[in-house]
Design a protein around this ligand. Sequence first.
Ligand SMILES: Cc1ncc(COP(=O)(O)O)c(C=O)c1O
Length: 428
Amino acid sequence: MTANNLAGRRSAAIAKGVGVTTQIYAERAENAEIWDAQGQRYIDFAAGIAVVNTGHRHPRVIEAVKAQLDKFTHTCHQVVPYENYVALAERLNRLVPGDFAKKTVFVTTGAEAVENAVKMARAATGRQGVIAFNGAFHGRTFLGMALTGKVVPYKTGFGSLVGDVYRVPYPMELHGISVEQTLTALGQLFKADIEPSRVAAIILEPVQGEGGFYPAPPTLMKALREIADRYGIVLIADEIQTGFARTGKLFAMEHYDVVPDLTTVAKGLAGGFPLAGVVGRAEIVDAAQPGGLGGTFGGNPVAIAAAHAVLDVIEEEKLSERAIILGNRLKQRLNTLRARVPQIADVRGPGLMVAVEFNHADSWEPNPDFTAAVRLDALERNLILLTCGVHGNVIRFLPPLTIQDAVFNEALDRLEEALLNVAAREAI
Ligand SMILES: Cc1ncc(COP(=O)(O)O)c(C=O)c1O
């Protein structure tokens, strides 16, 4: 079957709403490399969107999964519970930031984790309102869409959304939005739209993912914590994309000196198996009545076994440190290219959650065309990259943290070639 045939079959058989950014049909994958059916090799700087932080098919993860497959694959934890679910909850309760008693629930997707965090906050506070940020991404369910701060393509055509969701600008110095402006907008929101005593939760990503890899400034995080404490609001950190050593710490909130009440986790938690969860203050998690949380597949035992192996690998292979080393190398290489690629407006991001933002060479206008061209040029050089950003003018780099030095260096060379090639084309 050729790739072209597959592309035709795909578009005939699969919903148009499931967009794809490449026409590579994966045949096999190992650590940071993917091969297609024609034997073409690609370097994977997407990691399934920050999922295989421990690489494709890490031997420890595969071994743990195989061992679990030989025992049982599904009982539904709500019917016949199992030990590895309990042990993973205990482990996350210890590891997630916050020096207080914590509890966990496992679900299957990130959007579901977000939904459940908000359900808990509403049940615990008896309030309705939820505050989120422009540029945020929290999933594709109805509440996820309502919390997400980008219309196209996430909300287009889907009608009225969940009510009592409010939004404020997210600070981005590069685009002239300061922390002070964000806090002023929050103050105005409390005056014009919803009194703080009706707000159940404030939710944010410590580093906005789909929104463009903008880290939340520490002053914002501190102010939000103070506001949450003052008004009895639950602070939710959505660590779905930032979690599991990606930013140079196990959780991005460890970069701040304040802690959230609830943390949502997914993506990197189980090395490619669908598993998500909410971890946080025991009294908030426990506000939901028995039966109010969970789901048929939530905390699938095979995914849980994979997650235990992922946490072991992160610790044993010191992947947080590795994220910092590789991220610094990548940022350094991008910064040295700034003189020859004037479209580079910013290089940023903690650990190996790195992004480069492109403007027009002669102005501060976002340059999504240049960004798309770089992604495509890199793809022709067999390097898989992802874009992001509200203006579509950011390339985000999410390679597995286990990537070998030689493969990483090869990818940086291809990236450099792509950037120089597209910049030269634009200069003509
Ligand atoms: C920060 C964040 N929250 C929530 C989600 C939704 O996760 P899922 O796609 O597993 O539903 C994502 C996915 O990209 C995300 O990055």
